[in-house]
Ligand binder design. Sequence first.
Ligand code: ATP
Ligand code: ATP
Length: 549
Amino acid sequence: MIRFEQLSVTYEGAVQPAVRGADLEVPEGELCLLVGPSGAGKSTLLGAVSGLVPHFTGGVLHGRVTVAGRDTRTHKPRELADVVGTVGQDPMAHFVTDTVEEELAYGMESLGLAPDVMRRRVEETLDLLGLAELRDRPIATLSGGQRQRVAIGSVLTPHPRVLVLDEPTSALDPGAAEEVLAVLQRLVHDLGTTVLMAEHRLERVVQYADQVIVLPGPGLPPVAGTPADMMALSPVRPPVVDLGRLAGWSPLPLSVRDARRSAGELRARLSPLAPPAVAAPPSAAPVAAAEGLSVRRGRTEAVRGVDLRVLPGETVALMGRNGAGKSTLLSAFTGLHAPSAGTVTVSGAVPHRTRPGELIRRVGLVPQEPRDLLYADTVAAECTAADADGGAESGTCRTLVAGLLPDVPDATHPRDLSEGQRLALALAVVLTARPPLLLLDEPTRGLDYAAKARLTGILHGLAADGHAIVLATHDVELAAELAHRVVILADGEIVADGPTADVVLSSPAFAPQVAKVLTPQRWLTVVQVRDALTADAAAEAETETEAGR
Ligand SMILES: Nc1ncnc2c1ncn2[C@@H]1O[C@H](COP(=O)(O)OP(=O)(O)OP(=O)(O)O)[C@@H](O)[C@H]1O
Ligand SMILES: Nc1ncnc2c1ncn2[C@@H]1O[C@H](COP(=O)(O)OP(=O)(O)OP(=O)(O)O)[C@@H](O)[C@H]1O
């Protein structure tokens, strides 16, 4: 259905191709997953299918891509619209109408479908994606995850034969992500739709894939095969695969269910060992405090009666369904929204009454859309400005970027970076000022596992230095790695607040893969398991040496 013939793409001014030597085929009615590190060229490959590359992005394309027999170089994206539905990484950039319902109908209108068919499909899709209550809402007022649902819904309604999806679940809560993947699988099975999808959170998707294409790194040719074969060689892997490698399981598990079947022996080895206890931060005056805090957004009371204190050295993960009020709560700490009731303070100051220049020294926010933070023309200029604004030594920001992701080009416009590269830059800009309170909204969208591990390392370091960190996230694996405490919001209210292990283990929706495999034992991450096994082996070796003396 999709054929890549010796495809290479080189962007203007780039020293090497973003994609090189792609020679692959995606058969009709398959769900094909595209994986690889940030900046490896996944979006570029997808763009070549939908025709956006090179028509809209510039650059030079060699070779050929055909979709249902049509060459994407000679057919403009418009002329492919009846076969290919595309959801990009930034839904806001592609919305054409104002409200949810209009957006769902738009694609069908331009294809000239009959009104009764359109009506029926809009209703079906509203239900399918949990959007019924939001049908009349202006898209501009939706939360990040709500927008992503609309973007997905709007490409589903015309029933295209091919779906091209760039990280379709990156902003979705874990439950919504499962629902969307179930819908896609149904389209593949029942209608024979072909799906090509790039995704970083393999723990969510790999078990649904018929085929996996690995892009091993920038400009390296892709390799394709079965999910199991590809996971054995891929540089990016979900936690269950890492656990399987650690324990030496063969075949490698792709799902929690597979892993649980192999886990008996590992569980027995781990049972006398204890997961590390998380040290509570020393008691001190809170860096951030909300009391009885309510915040209105339009007609919605997005945050209601929230009591939250964050101590120096503490990392809090804020979780909960799309639209639960996470971003709104974070923005109350930056003074963007004044409380409609209750109070909020940051290092003793009231954010919405504090001058921005003053506030920047107390609190830094990496927004859900990193673009909102970046205004310079090049990566290098952005870094220089961040050093100056944050009063940091020159070169600080650039070193942080390189520490998060290698190979981020200096001269590139932030707009042209890959999603992960842009986020690494935004994170570095905020980290440069080393604010006592650090707020991160979905800090792992578009980041590969290696970059996530490096981010975790940096944040661990900042917490150890006494910074308070609050991250709003749907990434249960990240919360398990990083947070001392998890706070769950539902409909604007706090419904759970406690030590990470207690909260995530009591709810399957928020439990990381390792916890699901090893329950009732209380392990959360592969790192915990690896460290415990290593320490145990070392202790055993020591006893043996002692005995031998
Ligand atoms: N329009 C553009 N102009 C110049 N360079 C670009 C453009 N789009 C992408 N690039 C560069 O091409 C490379 C591949 O980018 P691409 O977005 O395809 O990666 P990706 O694998 O999708 O990354 P991520 O996982 O972070 O989304 C990156 O180095 C990026 O900076
Ligand atoms: N201007 C507005 N008018 C009406 N409702 C709004 C407006 N802005 C936001 N909302 C609503 O407020 C609620 C909270 O949004 P918020 O962005 O804080 O959620 P979130 O938990 O961060 O969601 P996500 O996980 O999807 O990012 C949502 O239901 C959203 O639709």
